[in-house]
Unconditional design. Structure first.
Length: 171
C-alpha cells in the first residue's frame, strides 16, 4: 500500500516527458538523496545515496515539462518532492532481484538558487490540491491559486519566483 513521502535531493538526470497510449502526459526523473550513515573501518564517515524514481502526471507534468524546456529543471538541480511512495521489486537484466523506490509526485519545488537570481520556485499540482508549496528558504506557489486568480487553468511561467521582483512573492 502506498504511503506519503517527502524528500529533498538532486535531479540525477534531466526530466523525460512521455505519453501513455491514451495520450496522458507524464514527466519522469530520478532524485538522489544523500545521507550520512555510520563510519567505515578507519572511522571515516560514510555517505550513502538513495535513488528515487519520480513521476508527475496531468497538470503537474505539464508545468514541469515547461520548466524543463526553459532550463529551470535540469540534472543536478536540488528539488523538494512530495507524493505517494511505493517500493516495487523487479528482476534486473542480470537476474538479480532489485527494488525501485517510486514516487507519484503531488508537489515539486526548487530548493536553493536558480540560474540567475539565487531564489527558489516550485509548483504544486494534482487534482483538487490547493495551498502553497515550499517553505523555509525556498520559494514556491500553488498552480491552482494562480489559475483561479488569472481565470484560466494554465499558469504563466513568467510568474515564477526569480523572474520578477522579490517583493511580489506572497509569503
Amino acid at each position: 500500500m502506498p504511503a506519503n513521502i517527502t524528500i529533498v535531493g538532486n535531479l540525477g538526470r534531466d526530466p523525460e516527458t512521455r505519453y501513455t497510449p491514451n495520450g496522458n502526459m507524464n514527466v519522469q526523473f530520478s532524485v538522489a538523496v544523500n545521507s550520512r550513515g555510520g563510519r567505515d573501518a578507519s572511522g571515516q564517515p560514510q555517505d550513502r545515496t538513495t535513488w528515487y524514481r519520480v513521476t508527475a502526471w496531468e497538470r503537474l507534468a505539464e508545468q514541469l515539462d515547461r520548466m524543463a524546456q526553459q532550463g529551470w529543471l535540469v540534472k543536478g538541480r536540488q528539488v523538494f518532492v512530495s507524493g505517494r511512495f511505493e517500493a516495487r521489486e523487479y528482476t534486473g537484466n542480470d537476474g538479480q532481484l532489485r527494488t525501485s523506490l517510486d514516487i507519484n509526485a503531488s508537489e515539486v519545488s526548487f530548493v536553493g538558487g536558480n540560474r540567475q537570481e539565487g531564489e527558489g520556485g516550485g509548483y504544486q499540482g494534482g487534482a483538487g490540491s490547493g495551498g502553497s508549496s515550499g517553505g523555509g528558504q525556498q520559494g514556491g506557489y500553488s498552480g491552482e491559486s494562480r489559475g483561479q486568480q488569472g481565470g484560466g487553468a494554465s499558469s504563466d511561467l513568467g510568474d515564477l519566483p526569480g523572474t520578477g521582483d522579490i517583493d511580489d512573492i506572497p509569503f
